[in-house]
Design a protein around this ligand. Structure first.
Ligand code: ARG
Length: 492
């Protein structure tokens, strides 16, 4: 027994030793052909976290939810000056720099401040705008608070991975700091009194306040002396030629005061259209796309998961020579490893980690990760199913002259399948719900869409209720259909 686990551990360690050095090697190999590369490619992919009006946010443009804002205007100008097309990729703020480093995006414009810690990992252009920091509170409580120092004994919210989060942690006393991945969620937390204030850049605070009569903004009095409180554009480390070129654009933007004169007013126009129609029915298209992607991911993952599951189950049951024993160990190690690590981590590993070697789109990464995950569970069901088929069946089939493979295919597996049908059905239903994890890498499934609707409408609870109902309809329908087949199989 002990030996078995020792071997398992050794295999895992070997796996890591293989993967980790490969990924660092890859990072060091970069030489500075950054400008040339982008111009050759013809597209510049901008990563941003669109929960930050007027910097970047979702608005309905010509009936379609689109990322807009002053950062998008800057992105457009940068792309234009480079002579390439701009493509925007949304993700949570704390994933942006990882996405940049792993090549998922070419630059980050997201109201990001060039802090010394960030500078260690990426290169920044000159800064283009300083908004200052403020704190959003519920208007009813406005009299109670003056600035960052008034929240002693209470809770201050800030987006995770931001400078405001760090400032709140370092520059307040006796105050709990609560981090959340999106500012829209923080505003909800504020309205439901989970936090008493939310720290963010002043223009954003003003945008939230002007969109919602129940909110008010306070000066923060955080230390603003460092240059790391203005926003700049981030590029991969070592992209000197690209950064130098883009600096020319940034300098021009600053010299002509384009942010104030042109980009902020453009963003402001979208902010107003944002408040037009916030009924959930208005967003049926977004929800429909969400359902579509949720089903695509689930169906593909169940399909591939099933195939992986059969292979793993057979490998786990292989008996005999050295090769088969090795196969069995490998399959066992795989199942144990997958079941012993969170699916969320696996999804990030496939997208960001494997992304170092092959640039997989988010949807493909999501399907791969969930299929690999599901395969491990399905393998166990199948193994159980195969074991549940009486040995006499195999013996009978063999004595009729069937080969080992034929016996498996025509006798054992069909019966096993019938026995494990309910478990497989459960797996399908679980996946409908769990596929929501891929929203973290930006796959536009149901959860992702509900987040968009949430930041688009500034309504917190309604989109949650809508997707709750939608998920239930999906799973309930699926379970009815599965039951139907189960009953049919019982009759056969
Ligand atoms: N300026 C802050 C920082 O650099 C917050 C930026 C948040 N941006 C956003 N798009 N949510 O950390």
């Amino acid at each position: 027994m002990k030996k078995k686990y020792g071997l398992l551990l050794a295999m895992l360690v070997a796996l890591f030793m293989l993967v980790v050095p490969m990924s660092t090697q890859h990072a060091q190999a970069a030489t500075d052909d950054s400008l040339e590369k982008i111009q050759k490619k013809g597209v510049l992919v901008m990563g941003t976290s669109p929960d930050y009006p007027p910097y970047e946010f979702q608005a309905t443009v010509n009936g379609k939810s689109t990322v807009v804002g002053m950062d998008v205007e800057i992105g457009k100008k940068v792309a234009k000056d480079l002579g390439v097309k701009l493509k925007i990729k949304s993700m949570s703020f704390d994933s942006l720099l990882v996405a940049l480093q792993t090549g998922k995006v070419d630059m980050v414009i997201s109201g990001m401040n060039p802090t010394p810690a960030r500078r260690k990992n990426v290169d920044f252009t000159h800064t283009y705008y300083q908004g200052g920091y403020e704190i959003v509170v519920n208007k009813a409580d406005k009299g109670k608070y003056k600035d960052k120092d008034s929240f002693s004994g209470g809770t201050l919210g800030a987006q995770t991975g931001t400078t405001q989060y760090n400032a709140a942690k370092k520059q307040t006393k006796n105050t709990t700091v609560k981090g959340m991945t999106s500012n829209s969620d923080l505003i909800l937390a504020l309205q439901s009194h989970k936090v008493q204030g939310v720290a963010m850049e002043k223009p954003t605070a003003q945008a939230y306040v002007s969109n919602n009569k129940q909110l008010a903004a306070l000066p923060s009095h955080f230390d603003m002396s460092s240059s790391a409180t203005s926003s700049a554009i981030a590029f991969r480390k070592g992209s000197t030629s690209l950064v130098n070129k883009v600096n020319k654009t940034v300098d021009q933007v600053k010299k002509q005061d384009l942010v104030k004169k042109s980009y902020l007013p453009t963003a402001g126009k979208y902010l107003k259209t944002n408040t037009v129609n916030t009924s959930m029915g208005h967003y049926w298209k977004a929800f429909l796309t969400g359902i579509e992607y949720t089903l695509i991911i689930t169906v593909c993952s169940v399909f591939f998961g099933f195939i992986i599951g059969i292979i793993l189950a057979l490998a786990r049951m292989a008996k005999g020579g050295v090769l088969k024993t090795a196969l069995r160990w490998l399959a066992t190690a795989y199942v144990e490893f997958i079941r012993g690590t969170p699916m969320m981590v696996q999804v990030m590993f496939v997208y960001f980690g494997l992304g170092l070697f092959v640039n997989l789109p988010a949807l493909t990464s999501g399907i791969i990760a969930i299929s690999l995950n599901s395969g491990a569970y399905v393998a166990e069901y199948i193994r159980g199913g195969i074991n549940s088929v009486d040995d006499g069946q195999t013996e009978a089939a063999r004595s009729l002259g069937m080969s080992n493979g034929e016996t498996m295919r025509y006798v054992v597996l069909p019966q096993a399948l019938k026995n494990i049908w309910p478990s497989l059905g459960n797996e399908f239903i679980t996946l409908i719900k769990d596929s929501s994890i891929v929203s973290i890498i930006g796959v536009t499934e149901l959860i992702y869409q509900s987040n968009i609707v949430r930041s688009d409408t500034y309504r917190g609870v309604a989109p949650i209720v809508v997707i709750m109902v939608l998920y239930f309809i999906l799973t309930f329908t699926a379970s009815r259909i599965l039951n139907y087949f189960e009953r049919k199989m019982q009759h056969d």
